[in-house]
Every structure is written in C-alpha cells, then in structure tokens.
Design a protein around this ligand. Sequence first.
Ligand code: 5GP
Length: 191
Amino acid sequence: MQLLEDRIRRDGKVKEGNVLKVDSFLNHQMDVRLFREIGKEFKRRFAGEEINKILTIEASGIGIACVTAEEFDVPVVFAKKTQTKNIAGDVYTTKVESFTHGRVYDIIVSREFLGEGDKVLIIDDFLANGKALEGLAELVKLSGAELVGAGIVIEKGFQIGGDLIRAKGIHLESLAIVESMNDQTGEIVFR
Ligand code: 5GP
C-alpha cells in the first residue's frame, strides 16, 4: 500500500534491536484519515470472504481494528493482556511472548464474545515473530470459531512471523512489508 509505505518512510524511525517506531501516526498519535484508508484496503483484500467479527489485541491494534470493522459492518473484540494468575473459567486464554517487552503474558477473551459460528478476521498493527498473531489464532481455535484470515498493517519481513503464519495456511495480508531497515542510516526498504 503506497500511501502507507510513503508515510512509514517519511515518519517512521528505525531503532536499535529491529524496532520500527511509528508513534506519530499509528502507535501513539493516530492519523485516523490514514486508518480509514487502511480499513478500506483490508476490506478490498478480504472482499468476498464471510466475516462477522474482528479480533485484535490491546492496545495498539484497537484503533485500526475499529475503522476496519466499520468497513465490514461487524463488531470488534479485543483480547486483553492480563497478569492475573487465577483466570476464571468463562474466558479463553493463552500465553504470548512479547517481542517489544521480552516477557510472557496471558491474553484472554470472554466466551461471551467469541464462539462457534463466528467467522473471524484478526487485525493487528505489527507482525514480527508472529507470537501475538499465533496467540490470537489460538483463541479463535479454542472458541470453536473459524479463522478467515489476518490483516497486518506492518510486517517486518526479515523476522520469522510472516513465514510461520503463511506456512500454517492462514490467509495473511500485510499492507506494508519491510524487507530491511538500518538503524544507522534510517533507511527502510520495502518488499
Ligand atoms: P510478534 O508477536 O509478531 O513478535 O510481535 C507483534 C507485536 O509486537 C505487535 O502487536 C506490536 O505491538 C509489537 N511489535 C513488534 N515489532 C514491533 C516494531 O518494530 N515496532 C513496534 N512499534 N511494535 C512492534
């Protein structure tokens, strides 16, 4: 998606440790006009698919998921991150290892909002090693719902997540795939 790549090139900041900061339009301050274009692009890429629910993860997936949900005219459910040890039985839960924070946390979704008969599109901001996406896919599986696909705003193509998810046969659509980035020069190359 050209508009998105241009924006990442203009405003993205390459940090040490393979981290791309896009705080000025995606992860902290949010450019809702750009979000709308992203939502339309996801709608185009998953056209013809039957989708009745969008699943994302707090916090930075929520904004993107909401504008995308408006395009599909379906509700959004976001998985909550929790450190609670004793999780009640009315939720689906799995563990996710965080790329940016380097620790493991539980994610949960209430049984009330995901279940058999649901056709789910997962939406998230970044795909790196694929742990967040795998966790969300696991929640869909636990619930008995059907996973239709996953839409990612920025995939870091030099990390394993994309290959991992595609190898599972999941329909993955990434709107911008970063092939390489250099924290010294700030250069970002797209696939
Ligand atoms: P994964 O589980 O695929 O390794 O990482 C995905 C999650 O980590 C995303 O939901 C995102 O919050 C965060 N993340 C991974 N890499 C980056 C990055 O380069 N920049 C930012 N801003 N977030 C990232």
